[in-house]
Design a binder for this molecule. Structure first.
Ligand code: GDP
Ligand code: MG
Length: 148
């Protein structure tokens, strides 16, 4: 089954959005496979965002991600990468639709509350980076009530 990497950024933690965000993924029917509450260092954040290292906002982005603890998670389910991005909303909260996490809870692109993998391949890489120890093996007993 498909998996994605979701991270509640330091602003989401500080603003008390952890329960709300986890609830949205849970209520959709996705399964939580891994979760940790951690503060990462600069080298780790630079690795996570390596693809953006040439961008002018890169150092500010890294400062933001290391500014406090984050909630790192692995969520599993059919189509979870694409649907997870829809639940999160557009990168710039000025353009994220109301009803999405960023659309409901953020204003500035540099304080957009949450990260989600943008493709199955990047999800695989990000899960390996953040959860080198692996994730939980379990299946929800609600499985047959969610999947036909
Ligand atoms: P995402 O996949 O929707 O998170 O967007 P990207 O992968 O393109 O960018 C990663 C993160 O960098 C975004 O979530 C923003 O926090 C930040 N970011 C992207 N573009 C900008 C920008 O133009 N300015 C600033 N300050 N931050 C940006
Ligand atoms: Mg991205």
């Amino acid at each position: 089954m498909e998996q994605t990497f979701i991270m509640i950024k330091p602003d989401g933690v500080q603003r008390g959005l952890v329960g709300e965000i986890i609830g949205r993924f849970e209520k959709k029917g996705f399964s939580l496979k891994g979760l940790k509450f951690i503060t990462v260092d600069r080298a780790f954040a630079e690795k996570h965002y390596a693809d953006l290292s040439a961008k002018p906002f890169f150092s500010g982005l890294v400062d933001y991600i290391i500014s406090g603890p984050v909630v790192a998670m692995v969520w599993e389910g059919k189509g979870v990468v694409t649907t997870g991005r829809k639940i999160i909303g557009a990168t710039n909260p000025l353009e994220s639709a109301p009803g999405t996490i960023r659309g409901d809870y953020a204003i500035d692109i540099g304080r957009n509350v949450i990260h989600g993998s943008d493709a199955v391949e990047s999800a695989r890489k990000e899960i390996a980076l953040w959860f080198p120890e692996g994730v939980a093996e379990w299946q929800s007993s609600l499985h047959s009530w969610i999947y036909e």
